[in-house]
Design a protein around this ligand. Sequence first.
Ligand code: GRF
Length: 206
Amino acid sequence: MMNCAVFASGGGSNFQSLLDRKLAGDLHVNFALFLGNNSKAAAFDRARKHGIPAVHCAPSHFAGEQEYAAHLLALLNEHAVELIILAGYMKKIPVSVVTSFKHRIVNIHPALLPAFGGAGLYGEKVHQAVLNYGAKVSGVTVHFVDEEYDHGPVILQDTVQVFDSDDVRTLARRVLVLEHASYWKAVEAIAQNRITVKGRNVYGYV
Ligand code: GRF
């Protein structure tokens, strides 16, 4: 089974959805490491409850990006991590880690990229931007991580309708349900080696 690390900053409901899918026998990966930058995050409890090694690590703990990146790479190496799953992780992954893990870091974004993504568009801000724009659909994007925010090759996208009656809270909730239904499928496709990447194009996701 593929050794995965999950990085999360907050509640980690996406992390929980992956743990649930593994327990249900749908997702065939080994959660080898959990990494969080906020020691109070609920995601830490989820990791501990499942016996997953949990590490508190934040860029501010280090003198600079180089030291931070070296520490991350050592940790990933120590736990033999093959795939990094970002699940609401709010810190930028250092370029040297992105380079070392090319097409081996995935992220989920709560909108249809390339719209409503990029630096500064996270959390409720994403859904507010969708509503302000008047878009009629939103959704989720699972993508590989490259050097730019919310930019790497798209693995899967799925849509929800935006209703006239929506506010940030109702739209966020509808999208989050879809995130939980979708993320594990992309991870499983990678874990089963069904995915190939050519430039921006990802093939093989089912
Ligand atoms: C999700 O909306 C995800 O798309 C985004 O951050 C949020 C994390 O939520 N990247 P949770 O911590 O998994 O509940």
